[in-house]
Unconditional design. Structure first.
Length: 190
């Protein structure tokens, strides 16, 4: 549920915590698509978040400060110090928000992982044959995808679901992929 780290080692890392949606009301409040299991920790008043607007955005904001967070009909609404009105809120639409966390922090759910924990893992098939290296986690609308760079330089996207990725072993530095023809390894007819 997070972004590739900007720093390595014992230094803090950045994780994706939300994507800004549409404005709510006329006072600059925004809806967010939450990308963290700990919204109560990430969106506390005073929290500073790095803002990465989409390419076509008119927003010049690169950092925002949370003033208030509240739930409304199952949607998290944020009031941000730098967003004063609906026009500014609309300009922020699509912006990805990042929080800085300590390097050793792990998600509360043992079945969840931060992106920086997955990037760099060796991908193996069920028989233990190396398929490549996890280079990124792509956050899609329906599910997350592991981007795997194969030894021959191709990039393959694998849905990060238990049926296709039955094992993640951070200590061993590997992830097991139930590969199918054409998923990571080339289809025999190609």
């Amino acid at each position: 549920m997070s972004d590739k780290p900007r720093q390595q080692g014992d230094d803090p890392v950045e994780v994706v915590v939300a994507r800004v949606g549409k404005p709510h009301g006329i006072r600059g409040e925004v809806t967010v698509d939450v990308r963290t299991d700990s919204p109560e920790r990430r969106f506390t008043p005073g929290a500073r978040l790095r803002a990465l607007p989409p390419r076509d955005s008119s927003s010049t904001l690169r950092e925002v400060t949370v003033v208030k967070a509240r739930w409304h009909q199952g949607t998290l609404l944020l009031t941000l110090q730098e967003v004063a009105d609906r026009t500014a809120a609309e300009a922020l639409r699509g912006t990805v928000l990042h929080a800085t966390i300590p390097a050793g922090e792990t998600p509360e759910d043992p079945e969840e992982y931060y992106d920086h924990q997955l990037v760099g893992l060796v991908a193996l098939d069920l028989e233990g044959t190396e398929l490549g290296l996890v280079t990124a986690v792509v956050h899609g609308a329906a599910q997350d995808l592991l981007s795997i760079r194969t030894p021959d330089g191709r990039d393959a996207l694998v849905p990060f679901v238990a049926a296709l990725v039955p094992e993640v072993d951070l200590e061993a530095g590997r992830v097991v992929v139930a590969d199918r023809p054409g998923l990571v390894a080339p289809h025999p007819e190609d």
